[in-house]
Design a protein around this ligand. Structure first.
Ligand code: ARG
Length: 442
């Protein structure tokens, strides 16, 4: 029973929040005259000493004390004697843990947002550096049209901005204080719930005691935001894995963010990127775990809910590592821009530009232009040259309406420069997007 019942091995991570919650509670008890001012002061000072002890020695995993709440009260009573027993007036572990956990998730969100800010900064810096660097853009992982590396990196920047906004929304939604809901029905003591809510930085007290002690949707919100974020990181990680492979050769990972092989000295493996990709699966598993735990629980608190913490802690740790690793990789990678350009040129990636030119300048219907372009691509392929290396006579041989102005659009630089539609890949657009993003950050 002791082993299955105890949560101290994992909920000891809540100790700072548990102390903060108890201090807010006892200050309120004192002010409301529910305990004497003197006892409240003794308890508050005692809680500070418990915190010092935890900070210095860690929290012991004594299973007989079950969880962090009982552990803290036991420590407190060792330090200040029986007056410690007054702390638990007008509360229950149910509103206590609901409060502690919200405080913890809130801190985790703040930490995550700071880390995402650093990743955004890294993406912006590298995107700016490569606003003009041409690379092949893919659909179906086939060379499609040239894009700029800056534009590609800014695509991830957009994803990270949305991820951050999901965390911000989750934080705003969860910022209500359960303290004072007691076990499930509220309390008959004259508590001041607004006072404790304010002391702990919540916007307001929760409005229904049953809901307050028994929902964990705030933790699910957090895990869902974490999952979305990890999916984006995983996609970026996958690009690094592909790009670092010899057939691609688009990126050289730094020594700090790659590993050697124990038997093949030439190897530089993208382990960190692979682990970021792998962690996304585990984070999603954490989200699923808590959602399944909550499904079908009647009101109010049930002990199943004690299992809310391990998946949240695990997801947080994995996500923090993933963000840090991707930030490090983005910051320190060497992009092989000459290789990217060569691949973009080799893939007939300006075929669309040829077709568009025929439409725009030659007045030819797009379908017909598409066929003409197909013949040009076939000829270039047969001759083993790139589209812009075909002679004018060869091109006019395919269609007489082509003239020398065609060469203005056949280079990959001309192609990317022409994509000036809002959100398009033109270097000027990329620079404007970076400027806008920097404004958002400020
Ligand atoms: N350790 C418990 C948890 O994490 C604290 C709440 C216990 N409440 C109870 N009624 N047994 O959920």
């Amino acid at each position: 029973m002791r082993e299955i019942n105890a949560s101290i091995p994992f909920d000891k991570r809540l100790w700072k929040q548990d102390i903060a919650g108890s201090k807010a509670h006892v200050a309120m008890l004192g002010k409301q005259g529910i305990v004497s001012a003197e006892d409240a002061a003794t308890i508050a000072a005692g809680l500070d000493r418990v915190a010092e002890d935890y900070a210095a020695n860690g929290v012991s995993e004594d299973l007989t004390l079950e969880d962090i709440h009982m552990q803290t009260e036991a420590k407190l009573s060792q330090l200040i004697g029986p007056v410690a027993g007054r702390l638990h007036t007008a509360r229950s572990r149910n509103d206590q843990v609901a409060t502690d956990f919200r405080l913890w998730v809130r801190d985790a969100i703040d930490e995550t947002l700071a880390a995402l800010g650093a990743l955004r900064g890294a993406l912006l810096t590298r995107a700016e550096e490569h606003a003009d660097s041409v690379m092949p853009g893919f659909t179906h992982l086939q060379s499609a049209q040239p894009v700029t590396l800056g534009h590609h990196l800014m695509a991830y920047h957009e994803m990270i901005v949305r991820d951050a906004s999901r965390f911000v929304a989750a934080r705003a939604r969860m910022n209500q204080c359960p303290l004072g809901s007691a076990a499930l029905a509220g309390t008959g003591f004259p508590v001041d719930r607004h006072m404790t809510a304010q002391a702990l930085g919540f916007d307001e007290p929760t409005r229904n005691s049953l809901d307050a002690v028994s929902d964990r949707d705030f933790a699910i919100d957090y895990l869902q935001a974490a999952t979305n974020c990890s999916l984006h990181l995983s996609r970026l990680a996958e690009e690094f894995v592909l790009w670092a492979s010899q057939p691609f050769g688009f990126v050289a990972l730094s020594d700090q963010w790659s590993t050697g092989s124990s038997i093949m000295p030439q190897k530089r493996n993208p382990d960190a990127a692979e682990l970021v990709r792998g962690h996304a699966g585990r984070i999603m598993g954490c989200m699923t775990s808590l959602m399944v735990t909550m499904k079908g629980l009647p009101l109010a608190y049930s002990k199943d809910m004690q299992d809310d913490k391990p998946p949240v802690f695990e997801a947080h740790d994995l996500l923090a590592l993933s963000i840090a690793a991707m930030t490090g990789m983005v910051e320190s990678a060497t992009f092989r821009t000459e290789r990217m350009r060569a691949v973009a040129e080799a893939g007939f990636s300006t075929a669309t530009d040829l077709a568009d030119w025929l439409v725009r300048v030659g007045g030819i219907p797009f379908r017909e232009a598409h066929h003409i372009t197909g013949r040009a691509v076939k000829l270039a392929e047969e001759k083993g040259v790139m589209l812009h290396q075909l002679g004018l006579d060869e091109l006019t041989g395919i269609d007489g309406r082509i003239d020398e102005r065609i060469y203005d659009v056949l280079s990959v630089d001309a192609s990317v420069a022409s994509r000036v539609s809002f959100g398009g890949t033109a270097p000027a657009n990329v620079r404007a997007a970076i400027a806008t993003a920097r404004g958002l950050r400020a």
